[in-house]
Design a protein around this ligand. Structure first.
Ligand code: PLP
Length: 249
């Protein structure tokens, strides 16, 4: 069934209201200030024309998993004041594209990418917020540094002056077992606490980007400051997750 623009607007707005209310409720339950959690709408696979409607409904930040899709949308929607976050793995040779339009990169997990991205940002005269991705579940299909490897990795980051290191990002295990999902989030809190002691001066690890449509309330209970929510706002994606996270399933 095709919805007209007004129905799409109402649909997105009502989903946003629901998600925001659930964020507030999760914060209350955890004794946290709702203002300490940022909702990042994830727009992968949602067509640009629908994103215009989403923008009108209040989505002014958008998270995209693939650089090519993000880049195309940022061009088509360049008349809107959207802040783009790239939240998926980046190949070194694509860093130049990201440097042109993204406000934020949440999936840093290699020094090669850090180096190239920093260089390209210097060329553009820009700097961006960066999150280091950690593989909190230990699954081979997931990108990110091992929790044990993060400490050494971040020692190298101060020299990349265009990367404003803000925190950590993770994807928890996809499981209906809440305890196993929670374990991933708890591990992130531990890594964050360790880095607050041991990271070089000038880097900040106050932000924890964790939690998606299926687990954002749990993530908030465990300290998430950014939740990345797609399907709960835009509806179910047409293809299974294995399509978006190669190597899965
Ligand atoms: C797709 C995606 C999300 C959002 O997942 P939903 O199930 O749509 O909420 C969050 N983070 C990353 C890295 C993603 O690729």
């Amino acid at each position: 069934m095709e919805l007209n623009a007004e129905q799409q607007f109402n649909d997105i707005q009502s989903n946003l209201t629901t998600v925001k209310q659930r964020i507030v409720d999760a914060c209350k339950k955890a004794g946290r200030d709702p203002a300490s959690v940022r909702l990042l709408p994830v727009t992968k696979t949602v067509p640009a024309e629908r994103l215009r409607i989403a923008y009108a409904a209040g989505c002014h930040e958008m998270g995209e998993n693939k650089i090519q899709e993000a880049r195309e949308k940022s061009e088509v929607l360049s008349d809107l004041n959207i802040k783009w976050a790239v939240i998926g793995h980046l190949q070194t040779n694509k860093a130049k594209y990201l440097a042109r339009f993204a406000n934020e990169f949440q999936a840093l997990d290699s020094l090669k990418v850090a180096e190239e991205l920093d260089k390209r940002l210097q060329n553009e005269g820009r700097s961006i917020d960066v999150y280091v991705q950690v593989n909190s579940s230990g699954e081979a299909s997931k990108f990110g540094l091992s929790p044990e490897g993060v400490r050494d990795f971040v020692q190298q980051l101060p020299k990349y002056s265009s990367l404003r290191i803000k925190g950590l990002m993770t994807l928890a295990i996809f499981s209906s077992d809440h305890d196993r999902v929670r374990e991933c989030f708890v591990k992130m809190r531990e890594v964050q606490a360790m880095l607050r002691q041991e990271a070089p001066d000038g880097l900040s690890f106050d932000e924890l980007s964790m939690g998606m449509s299926g687990d954002y309330e749990l993530a908030i209970e465990e300290g998430a400051t950014v939740v990345r929510v797609g399907q709960a706002i835009f509806g179910k994606r047409p293809l299974p997750d294995s399509h978006y996270w190669p190597g899965m399933g």
